[in-house]
Design a protein around this ligand. Structure first.
Ligand code: UD1
Length: 342
């Protein structure tokens, strides 16, 4: 079976994707600098799959190290590129860090792929490229808007870099997957999201509040033009998301792409408000969350959810888990992780 390089494979979405790749029989080599993940994730992957993936600690911004790595791994047939910094607020404070880290790593990777004639790339993109769409649900052909943050801009520029490289190199093929809001954890609770410090994202903040680590969840605004006034997002189960990467890799390896560069939305197609998320979490896990309403968070868009027709039709993929089971998995993971820390 083919070997896949997964950059950022010890991270949140990366680790779940490694599990799905191994389950489908692929060999996996992870390259990760562990800047926002823990080496212990490999134990979780091994416990779930019975296979320990290959791992090398590498910073993709270091072109020499990447070259040496790729010389050692001539078996690699395709790449899934997750490795990137992703904290929106931090990217506003440290834009150069974000541009350097997210773009230099991608350019090094593309150069190396070209050198070694590796021609298949799945790229981890984001619905952030749509900004606040004029029409909902948003399709892949909606205009890409000016990014709200340097992080968002790195996703937009990365997509442009990949598509330009494909125009100049007819053997390169790529699929960019635009994620909506990934949440939840593997049902085994052996891997999950591990935010460092105070979480920015809603679900880790919810689970940490439920576990007593945070005193109170703040809902950022209830005066939006939505049915209950809170923002609406499309929350997608991380294992469903991971499965889409396996489908995309197969599509590239089997030469089934319609064009050398393709883009797909990965979401559920359903918008859920922040207050609905809280209510559902409380209900399915039989607990009460301490929360209050506060002012809007700068840079937040009001509402977005995906039109998933293209991914359904072309990839034969759709989200299968419902919100209830996904929020159960998130809470199970949080409890399991906190218990291990004790
Ligand atoms: C952001 C990024 C997205 C990125 C994702 C994961 C933008 C516009 N979006 O998504 O690209 O992929 O993070 O890193 O750049 N909320 C609260 N209280 C909290 C936390 C969040 O009310 O403590 C609300 C937010 O206002 C928002 C919703 O929950 O309405 C989801 O927020 P979050 O999980 O941070 O994701 P996004 O901002 O949608």
């Amino acid at each position: 079976m083919d070997t896949i390089l997964v950059t950022g494979g010890t991270g949140y979405i990366g680790s779940h994707t490694v599990v799905e790749l191994i389950n489908e029989g692929y060999r996996v080599v992870i390259a990760d600098n562990l800047s926002n993940s823990d080496i212990g994730v490999l134990d979780g992957i091994e416990a779930i799959t019975g296979v320990r993936p290959g791992f090398e600690k590498i910073d993709l911004c270091d072109g020499t190290a990447l070259r040496e790595f790729s010389l050692r791994h001539s078996e690699i047939k395709a790449v899934i590129h997750f490795a990137a910094s992703k904290a929106v607020g931090e990217s506003v404070e440290e834009p150069l860090l974000y541009y350097r880290n997210n773009l230099v790593s991608l350019m090094n990777l593309l150069e190396e792929m070209q050198q070694r004639s590796v021609s298949n790339l799945v790229f981890s993109s984001s619905c952030t490229v749509y900004g606040q769409p004029d029409k909902l649900p948003v399709t892949e052909s909606a205009p890409v808007k000016k990014a709200e943050s340097p992080y968002g801009n790195t996703k937009k520029i990365s997509e442009d870099i990949i598509s330009d490289c494909i125009k100049s190199n007819s053997s390169l093929k790529s699929i960019s997957l635009r994620y909506f809001n990934p949440i939840g954890a593997h049902p085994s609770a052996l891997i999950g999201e591990l935010p460092r410090g105070v979480p920015d994202n809603l679900v880790p903040f919810i689970t940490q509040t439920a576990s007593g680590l945070r005193k109170e969840l703040k809902v950022f605004g209830n005066d939006y033009n939505t049915p209950d006034g809170s923002c609406i997002r499309d929350y997608i189960n991380v294992t469903d998301l991971a499965r889409a990467h396996v489908v995309a890799i197969k599509r590239l390896l089997e030469n089934k792409s319609r064009e050398n560069y393709e883009v797909f939305n990965l979401g559920t197609g359903r918008g859920v408000s922040v207050l609905e998320m809280i209510r559902t979490f409380e209900k399915v896990n039989s607990l009460k969350l301490n929360y209050s309403i506060t002012s809007r968070r700068p840079g937040d868009i009001e509402q977005v959810w995906a039109d998933t027709t293209l991914a359904n039709r072309e990839l034969g993929w759709k989200a299968e888990s419902n919100l209830e089971e996904t929020l159960v998995s998130a809470w199970k993971w949080e409890q399991n992780y906190r218990n291990k820390q004790k």
